[in-house]
Write a protein that binds this ligand. Structure first.
Ligand code: FAD
Length: 230
């Protein structure tokens, strides 16, 4: 795994498409697999060093711009792992661009419906921002098309979560020792990507979609496909 404290290597990661200025970081790291991600996060947690997750920097809100600590780039976590035409799903590493994903399923006659305009965005980031776009009027935002996620948590542990296969998270007032604790507000039923997603029956997969990397690093994404319309 490459790690660098060279200001020239760090500089591109202090920007995205938002033009937010003033970002700074001590180090940029390029994990090449889940184990690397785990190691970085465990180490940063133990030393209380902030970590900012970087996708491909097309975000318009400055969310990937670090203000101190480590930048964890997901660019070496790409690659299509599987396309299953019978069960209509594809599995891709977080650093796969939407263009790469779309091309690999299009050639098999399928479509990944979300199209958040910027094809250079990474699939891991489009999950983390719950990206939507013009096609969302018909197909909804990214959330609706995510079947399974692999996520590395801040202590370095790995979650592999499939939609519908874990108990829903419940909403409870904070009690001593009660876990899990989830927000008590409700996500409004309008186009909205602010705050953690909350629902009365919250599938754990949905908690990570739109969380902008604050709950963990998405490493692998499994998406639903549809036959490509003519
Ligand atoms: C011309 C243009 C058009 C656009 N149109 C749309 C549009 O129609 N709809 C739309 O929704 N957006 C749009 N965007 C915004 C942008 O493309 C999306 O937000 C996209 O999802 C960002 O992807 P990225 O790889 O560039 O991520 P980045 O900008 O690098 O990161 C975005 C956020 O995701 C987090 N993150 C990245 N990777 C991971 C990961 N693996 N695990 C956890 N957290 C992670 C980052 O910390 C950051 O908070 C547009 C941008 C441009 C420049």
């Amino acid at each position: 795994m490459i790690r660098s404290s060279d200001p020239d290597i760090i500089r591109p990661y202090l920007e995205d498409a938002s033009n937010l200025a003033g970002g700074f970081a001590n180090e940029v790291v390029f994990p090449e697999n889940e184990k690397d991600v785990s190691q970085i996060l465990a180490e940063a947690s133990a030393k209380k060093i902030p970590v900012t997750v970087a996708g491909n920097g097309t975000g318009l809100t400055g969310a990937r711009i670090p203000f101190g600590g480590i930048v964890l780039s997901t660019e070496k976590l790409g690659g299509i792992q599987e396309v299953d035409m019978t069960k209509r799903y594809a599995v891709a590493g977080a650093g796969t661009t939407l263009r790469q994903l779309q091309e690999s399923v299009n050639e098999k006659g399928f479509l990944y419906p979300p199209d958040p305009t910027e094809q250079n965005a990474f699939i891991g980031a489009s999950v983390s921002t719950n990206a939507s776009g013009a096609r969302s009027f018909k197909y909804g935002a990214t959330r609706r098309w995510i079947r399974r996620l692999k996520v590395v948590l801040s202590d370095g542990s790995v979650l592999d979560i499939q939609r519908g296969q874990r108990p829903f998270l419940r909403f409870e007032k904070e009690k001593k020792g009660a876990v899990p604790l989830v927000p008590t507000y409700r996500t409004p039923p309008i186009k909205n990507a602010a705050g953690y997603y909350v629902d009365d029956r919250l599938d754990p997969v949905d908690l990570f979609i739109g969380a902008e990397g604050t709950l963990g690093v998405v490493t692998v994404v499994e998406v639903d496909l549809i036959p490509k319309p003519e």
